[in-house]
Design a protein around this ligand. Structure first.
Ligand code: ATP
Length: 450
């Protein structure tokens, strides 16, 4: 790629958006019909990246723990869920409309509160705009069939609290975890996948005794920071912000936002909220705390029924799409090569869509293709899964393509391979090449990515 003078933050965003489309990560939604604002479609490498991020999250926060219970609740829920949770009344953003061109803006996101940024017309008074997508369930269009696409995954966990307790008998503190789609009719979707109308969340509801909430709030703050670092988010660009009372969601008594330095400004990446017992209480759900009874000094008269209480909740929330964006921005690197630059995505191997690409030096030499296919590609594919066959264009082009996909290693089978059973392994970050014995290849890669 030709070197540009004075690359600005805006250019960086453009480069990321264009790379994502060109290399098959992320496409604009409904593009062939002119696009649908706030929606994106994920291509092969985008899905792989997103899946790796989600799997790593699940492994860390669910599979490797004893106190976590997974859930995959329906997106459509009865309207009572959102009435009781306070979302029908409160899940709204302040909106202003231009009296001349009727364009709508988020009142808290515009600098000039009087004048329309599009046509200079007068802006009307701010009003509340509920962001939930309303829909009808069933064939009779009466109000009882009204439902909403969920704007957060959290409520699915609250309404399944009793089911989870009855099925697994967890002792406090314990958590529920869910990954899934959420929908918000954002007034102004913008900044690529940062603010969409359909996106994904990874959420935990961690149930604790009221007296313990501060301890677990601190604990989850640390866990969230660790996870960010482990997936390759540039921690120099992460800031913790204590959210003021007036800016907190209606259910939260304390919120810490983790903000990231995006090219379009410092904005929210993830959030950590103390939801008190607001949701369980509103849904009329209780928990029998047997441990609390056992811990009481009156052990002899231990009541096996336990005491009824409503647990409090600490909620770490991760947006999948904002995780992807911050990881892309953290990974994007340009190596200065004089007149040219070499762009590459420095993904951590645990989340890279592809671990290694295998190429025969020339695709019209059957002996190279046969060797590369059977002795290198097939065994590596069986071992690592995320292995790509790439014989398109010359080797230079293949390296450039794999750099932009963020593939840590490119393996090339050439004529020397046929003689000595060694291959070239080229490292994405240093562009250095070494010869490795085919019999040692899997171990070599394993060692490098561990
Ligand atoms: P913002 O202030 O940016 O609108 P929020 O405070 O409303 O965000 P939360 O309700 O805390 O966001 O949602 C939890 C997480 O879901 C956010 O930290 C973010 O990662 C993600 N998220 C929220 N809204 C969107 C959106 N429109 N597009 C993509 N991700 C989103």
């Amino acid at each position: 790629m030709k070197k540009e003078e004075n690359t600005t933050e805006n250019d960086l965003m453009e480069k990321i958006v264009s790379l994502c489309k060109r290399r098959g990560f992320i496409f604009p939604g409904s593009e062939i019909y002119g696009g649908l604002a706030g929606t994106y479609d994920w291509g092969h490498f985008g899905v792989a990246l997103k899946n790796n991020i989600k799997q790593y999250w699940w492994k860390k926060f669910v599979d490797s723990r004893r106190d976590m219970y997974g859930l995959d609740a329906a997106i459509l829920m009865r309207q009572e869920v959102w009435q009781k949770a306070g979302h029908v009344e409160n899940f709204a953003d302040p909106m202003v409309e231009c009296e001349k061109c009727h364009k709508r803006f988020r009142a808290d996101q515009i600098e000039n509160k009087e004048k329309c940024a599009e046509c200079g017309g007068k802006l009307g008074k701010p009003m509340h705009f509920n962001m939930m997508f309303k829909t009808q369930v069933g064939v009779i269009e009466d109000s009882s069939a009204t439902s909403y696409l969920r704007p957060e995954t959290a409520q699915g966990m609250f309404i399944n609290f009793k089911n989870t307790v009855d099925a697994f008998h967890p002792k406090l503190p314990f958590g529920m975890a869910q990954i899934g789609k959420a929908f918000r009719n954002e007034i102004t979707p913008r900044d690529f996948i940062f603010r969409q109308r359909e996106f994904e969340q990874m959420e935990i509801e961690y149930f604790v005794r009221e007296t313990d909430w501060e301890k677990y709030f601190e604990y989850w703050r640390g866990e969230m920071l660790d996870w960010m670092e482990e997936v390759g988010i540039d921690m120099n660009k992460v800031h913790e912000i204590e959210v003021d009372k007036e800016d907190r969601a209606h259910y939260s008594s304390r919120t810490v936002d983790f903000e990231f330095d995006y090219p379009f400004g410092q904005k929210e990446l993830f959030g950590l909220a103390y939801r008190t017992n607001f949701d369980l209480k509103n849904h009329g759900l209780e928990y029998v705390d047997e441990e609390a009874n056992r811990a009481s000094k009156d052990i002899a008269r231990h009541d096996p029924v336990g005491s009824k209480m409503i647990p409090h909740v600490v909620e770490p929330t991760f947006g999948v799409d904002r995780a992807v964006l911050s990881i892309l921005l953290s990974a994007y690197t340009e190596e200065d090569k004089g007149e040219e630059v070499r762009p590459y995505l420095k993904f951590k191997p645990n989340i890279a869509p592809v671990i290694c690409a295998v190429s025969p030096l020339l695709k019209n030499k059957p002996e190279l293709v046969e060797y590369a296919n059977t002795k290198v590609f097939a065994p590596l594919k069986a071992e690592f899964g995320r292995v790509l066959w790439d014989d398109n264009g010359n080797i230079g082009k293949r390296y450039r393509r794999q750099d932009e996909i963020g593939t840590p290693f490119c393996i090339v089978v050439d004529f020397d391979t046929l003689a000595d059973n060694t291959v070239t392994v080229r490292d994405r970050d240093t562009a250095l090449q070494v010869r490795v014995k085919v019999s040692e290849l899997a171990n070599y890669i394993k060692e490098k990515i561990s």
